[in-house]
Write a protein that binds this ligand. Structure first.
Ligand code: PLP
Length: 396
């Protein structure tokens, strides 16, 4: 083997979702794209807002090309960071300065910078099931171990009762993803306040900070007028990670940011490390054109209606057919309880009707499958008869 042991592990566990997506493409080549219902990937189908295109054109037409496409500070353009800080201050009553914002290659890039900065060999990062499966690779990149708190399948809120015994001297970070991929559940302020109490007490005991990573690419995707609590207002030692991948439908452009409050322990050390991590991991800086674009699009609302229509139709139809579905209040995913004990069998049965679902064991939640409903409404409507046939396999 020429590849490293560490990489061998990552390749072996390589993304189930991507494999399923490729199977979907193969199926489409065989039976026609209109007859395949691919719910595997979180690739948003809502059109890119016209403001994004307008901003691209205006920037390219009216700004010095050497500035648009050149190197800059590793943390990003100052005026972009200032615009992000002002927007967060306005929306969440924070007190960020431009220097507290680091523009990143999406939320994934930001999280890798955090782990590069904080993790030593065998340090631990805790997350709550169900969780975004890529966390495992990001932690593994830096020799850390991901520790998973089992899901509370009654409420799908954070399973706080199971958290405390998992915290020890090696615990460096806790990842909270709100709204959650894959459950679509929104963690309440009450839950997050209880989490804070546990962390504050544990920090005293272990003698060092536990940094919470608020991973919030779906922050604006909440339905029914709910709001998502802003974690840095509740938990002192927290990083806020945001991405424009989902709300502006720009996942391929790799643009996001992290906000670091001056209140966190060891602020000066940590912020310098994060900026250097952005450089030494090879990101250098977040994509320059898209930094300038998103700075002009900070107040563009997410296309909630697009996803809500899909959510409502699917939830109603699937529950009517007899499936047990976790009702999502945010993001654009839902979990369906597998009608057979082994969810792989259910996923295989789905493929018989050209429905592509993802086994949720890859999200630490065996016995469920994930459905990404960030697809066209037309595809959702076309998929209903196929789901009916799938349901008939189980509920006759
Ligand atoms: N975190 C969660 C929970 C996600 O679902 C995703 C992408 O699907 C990411 C992070 C990574 O997003 P980005 O494209 O911003 O790197």
């Amino acid at each position: 083997m020429v590849i490293s042991k560490n990489m061998e592990r990552l390749v072996a566990g390589s993304s189930t979702i991507r494999k399923l997506f490729e199977e979907g493409l193969q199926m489409a080549a065989e039976v026609g794209a209109d007859n395949v219902y691919d719910f595997s990937l979180g690739n948003p189908a809502s059109p890119v807002p016209h403001e994004v295109r307008d901003a691209i054109e205006d920037i390219l037409d009216n700004t010095d090309g050497n500035i648009v496409h050149g190197y800059m500070k590793n943390a990003g353009f100052n005026d972009v960071r200032k615009a992000v800080a002002d927007s967060l201050n306005r929306k969440n009553g924070m007190n960020y300065d431009a220097e507290d914002i680091i523009m990143t290659c999406g939320a994934a890039g930001g999280m890798n910078c955090i782990f590069r900065s904080l993790l030593g060999l065998d340090d631990e990062v805790i997350t709550f099931a169900p969780f975004f499966g890529e966390y495992r690779s990001y932690v593994c990149n830096f020799g850390g171990n991901l520790v998973v708190v089992p899901a509370d399948t009654e409420t799908f809120q954070l399973n706080l009762a199971a958290l405390r015994p998992l915290i020890n001297e090696k615990t460096k970070c806790i990842i909270i993803n709100n709204p959650n991929n894959p459950s679509g559940v929104v963690y309440t302020e009450e839950t997050l306040r209880k989490l804070n109490d546990i962390i504050v007490e544990a920090e005293k005991e272990i003698g060092h900070p536990i940094y919470v990573i608020a991973d919030e690419p779906y922050r604006e995707l909440v339905y029914g007028g709910q709001t998502v609590p802003y974690i840095p207002n509740i938990i002192k030692n927290s990083f806020f990670l945001y991405s424009f991948s989902k709300t502006l439908s720009l996942p391929g452009e790799r643009i996001g940011y992290m906000a670091v409050s001056k209140n966190i322990d060891y602020y000066d050390e940590v912020i310098s490390a994060l900026v250097v991590a952005n450089r030494c991991l090879g990101y250098i800086n977040a994509p320059s054109l898209f930094q300038l674009v998103v700075a002009r699009c900070l107040d563009i609302p997410a296309n909630l209606e697009f996803y809500d229509k899909n959510r409502t139709l699917l939830y109603e139809e699937l529950t009517k057919m007899g499936f047990e579905v976790v009702r999502p209040d945010g993001a654009f995913y839902m979990l369906i309880k597998s009608p057979t004990p082994e969810e792989d069998d259910f996923v295989a049965m789905g493929k018989k009707y050209h429905i592509i679902l993802v086994p949720a064991k890859s999200f630490g939640c065996p016995g469920y499958v994930r459905l990404a409903y960030c697809v066209s409404h037309d595809m959702i409507k076309r998929s209903i008869p196929a789901f009916k046939k799938l349901a008939e396999e189980y509920f006759k």
